[in-house]
Design a protein around this ligand. Structure first.
Ligand code: ADP
Ligand code: MG
Length: 784
């Protein structure tokens, strides 16, 4: 892109009504026309007056009314970017990027001036005037400069989404704003939200003593007719396909927006729809080879009427699930359908396609996750197809590892989705579920994220910001007391907090974008080239179901299963490597899979060896992400991602076991003694987990099942016919006082809670005896 021309800009007459400070913006005529259609523009003057006179303002308006794109421009024109920057936070990365681009375009400013910053990526410069960023990024900035002194205004956008970070930022800014006023350097706070549950912000006395003014922005919303399905079909993917086909073949012009729950579903439906309604009707042929040959020609033809489109979009996507191969045949009589995917992981240039008009003669159809619910507005949508579900992140209470489950959305979300059909004219919303399900099963609102997950990382971050009494923090919706107490205790055990104060270790842990227990493992991995292994382990432990119970291609044949178990044991190695147990298998599996990947054989390798392909792909992304983060925070750590990680040496394996203990010291189990096992048969081969009554067991899939070490740490406990441990590593009891001193009753407290290694022989020393945890296991006396 070429820089903006340095020629003097044409003089624009200042409108009479504007305040004294007024910064000129020269907009293209077409943009200005589109802006004038937005009702928020008529309210510019009132909005600016209220903002000028109040430190905190809430702006509420339906999605698409122009809050995100216009309010930052109002502020810029009102002089708020003359000395300091205007900050705008978004809970989603997609929105931060898309909106900075859009606002820059509307204002004729380049990306040096209207910029974005998300984790690992951004284009902020010293000339930046308006800075779009994710809420997580601003929260990190608060840690470095509590007063946020580089900004004149902070806009917290999409506050109704109730993301944890936005919630915390509201609480923090309610304190920062008065502090800045005291300094004679006032900061404006603008909270922008869809018209949902604004009372959480206004009626919360702890947050704002006097409720801030609420500006309601009108929007031109046309009526949307809602159609429920008579029955609720579980297979909402097929249902959404059928409904879209019906709309396209039977109903008048107008864009279609389909809501599904995740990227894979989106890709799969996009593929089916493109096959059904090709851009240029293909002759029906049974011979697939011939169809493939026709491919390049077909693409060329497309170029004629869609020159700007990324043709990659229309290549078959072989990477998605093969069982979803479509049998659909193209129909001849329907107009072409311009099908586009939309989800947060989609590259930006492809996301932007949805804002452009479809090629002439085509109907637009966007298949999206809930990013199109409130963050992004797609023009000219007349029909909405709503599967009624969304994917939510659930956190495993035992491990803190997250997983995704598909659940019903809330009534509020369903109504937001329906509203997308009424932006440019009357519309229709087809809900792929019955009105009974909607009325009886749907919650009114989604639960704020902060009440759904362990708050360990948040608690630590707040402590790092010197918020002493987290319990008294003005949360818009507070997490419950038990959540906070559990978090505090776990952080103490990790050594991140002592007596309510953050330790040096705690500060190091807080720098990593993973759960504190994993952060600690990374923080302790500086020696013996351990970091690449720990990064790999933390990545693998953060992904669900890497190892399948048995190879996918085998039947339920006992011989095959034994062979499989044998294979895993081979992977576990011997000596100290073996004691690293299931985590050693993980390490080797990732290394081997990466090697297979360099040969383009990853999928087959996974298939043959009982690894979940998608999990391996995910692990690679996480490894890269963690490595980049470590590089950014600790330039002295010379870390490169070598995909093919050679197995650790015996010394490294032993240190890794200690590292695992340091992160999971609250998840220790001890083998049940011979005597006790003889008394109670069901205890045979069992373990006592700290804090648990029932015995727990090693699963037949565990490589340590034959060895049965005395002491182990586990990643997770789960229940089927018995209670089993997953992800098991053997540890030595004499390590306990060093790594989990907080759970030990020591005859003499350790003065130095940090591990003390002898680098030469890899030994860890401690000098005390005592007992461990609630079980009172005795700890051996270790010689120096
Ligand atoms: P709100 O924040 O209130 O939901 P926005 O400011 O995001 O509203 O959108 C205002 C209008 O700008 C909408 O009509 C939308 O279609 C349009 N718009 C937003 N982004 C783009 C874009 N990248 N290209 C074209 N139009 C856009
Ligand atoms: Mg918005």
């Amino acid at each position: 892109t070429k820089p903006k021309d340095p020629e003097p800009k044409p003089v624009k007459k200042k409108p009479e009504a504007k305040p004294a400070v007024y910064v000129d913006v020269i907009r293209d005529e077409e943009i200005q026309k589109a802006r004038l259609k937005l009702p928020i523009l008529a309210e510019e003057q009132q909005i600016m007056e209220v903002i000028n006179e109040n430190p905190v303002v809430i702006i509420a308006g339906e999605t698409g009314s122009g809050k995100t794109t216009q309010v930052p421009q109002f502020l810029y024109e009102g002089g708020y970017a003359l000395k300091k920057q205007i900050a705008v936070t978004e809970p989603r990365r997609v929105a931060a990027i898309a909106m900075s681009k859009r606002v820059g375009e509307e204002m004729n400013l380049n990306s040096r001036e209207v910029s974005y910053l998300i984790r690992f990526e951004g284009n902020v410069t010293e000339d930046t005037k308006i800075k779009f960023m994710t809420d997580g990024v601003l929260l990190k900035e608060v840690q470095n400069d509590f007063l946020l002194s580089q900004y004149s205004v902070v806009i917290l956008d999409e506050a109704h989404e109730r993301s944890v970070y936005t919630d915390i930022l509201i609480g923090l800014l309610s304190r920062i704003v008065p502090l800045r006023k005291k300094r004679g350097d006032p900061l404006k706070l603008i909270i922008m939200s869809a018209t949902l549950r604004i009372e959480d912000f206004t009626m919360n006395q702890r947050l704002f003593k006097t409720p801030p003014p609420v500006l309601k922005v009108d929007s031109r919303q046309f009526p949307v007719t809602v159609h429920f399905n008579k029955r609720t079909d579980e297979d909402y993917l097929s249902e959404s396909f059928n409904k879209t086909v019906k709309i396209h073949t039977k109903l008048p012009d107008g864009g279609i927006l389909v809501f599904l729950t995740g990227q894979q579903e989106v890709n799969s439906l996009v593929k089916k729809l493109r096959a059904k309604f090709p851009l240029k009707a293909k002759p029906i042929k049974d011979d697939t080879e011939e169809e493939e040959e026709a491919g390049p020609k077909l693409r060329k033809q497309k170029k004629v009427y869609a020159p700007k489109v990324d043709l990659d979009d229309y290549k078959p996507d072989w990477s998605s699930d093969s069982e979803e191969e479509t049998e659909e045949r193209p129909v001849h009589n329907a107009a072409p359908l311009w099908v586009l995917p939309l989800y947060s992981m989609l590259p930006t240039h492809k996301q932007n396609e949805v804002f452009k008009p479809p090629p002439a003669g085509c109907r637009l159809c966007v298949v999206s996750t809930n990013v199109a619910e409130t963050s992004l507005t797609i023009p000219n949508v007349k029909y909405v197809v709503d599967c009624g579900r969304s994917k939510v992140k659930l956190y495993d209470k035992v491990t803190g590892v997250s997983s995704y489950v598909v659940t019903w959305t809330s009534k509020a979300s369903a109504d937001q989705r329906a509203g997308r059909a009424g932006r440019t004219g009357p519309g229709h919303c087809y809900r792929l579920y019955s009105s009974a399900v909607f009325n009886d099963t749907f919650q009114m609102f989604s639960i704020p994220e902060i009440q759904q997950k362990p708050v360990d990382d948040l608690y630590l971050q707040m402590k790092c910001m010197s918020i002493d009494k987290v319990v008294n923090f003005p949360f818009p919706t507070a997490p419950d007391l038990l959540q906070l107490k559990t978090a505090e205790r776990r952080l103490e055990v990790l050594g991140a907090l002592t007596k309510g104060q953050v330790t040096a270790l705690g500060r190091a842990i807080a720098k990593f974008p993973v759960l504190p227990r994993f952060g600690k493992m990374l923080a302790l991995s500086h020696q013996q080239d351990l970091l690449p292994y720990t990064v790999c382990l933390v990545a693998a432990l953060s992904v669900q179901e890497v190892l399948l119970e048995r190879p996918i291609n085998e039947g339920d044949d006992k011989g095959e299963r034994l062979k499989w178990a044998g294979l895993r044991r081979q992977w576990a190695g011997s000596g100290n490597s073996l004691l690293l147990g299931d985590n050693m298998v993980l390490l080797r599996a990732v290394g081997a899979a990466e090697y297979a990947n360099t040969q383009n054989k990853l999928e087959k390798f996974c298939f043959d060896n009982g690894l979940r392909h998608k999990a391996l792909v995910e692990i690679r992304k996480l490894r890269l992400q963690l490595t980049n983060e470590i590089k950014a925070n600790m330039p002295e750590a010379e870390l490169v991602v070598d995909p093919q990680l050679a197995p650790p040496t015996d010394l490294q394996a032993k240190l890794l076991r200690q590292i695992l203990l340091s992160g999971m010291g609250d998840q220790i189990a001890k083998k049940i003694g011979e005597e006790e096992a003889e008394d109670r048969v069901k205890f045979k081969y069992g373990y006592h987990a700290n804090n648990m009554e029932e015995p727990v067991f090693l699963h037949s899939g565990s490589v340590l099942r034959k060895t049965l070490p005395e002491f182990v740490v586990y990643q997770e406990i789960y229940e089927t016919n018995k209670i089993y441990m997953r992800g098991v590593t053997a540890i030595e009891p004499e390590w306990l006082p060093v790594y989990v001193p907080d759970l030990c009753n020591l005859s003499e407290p350790l003065s130095d809670p940090e591990p003390r290694y002898n680098r030469a022989n890899g030994k860890v020393y401690c000098t005390v005896t005592g007992t461990f945890g609630s079980q009172g296991w005795s700890l051996p006396n270790v010689e120096i």
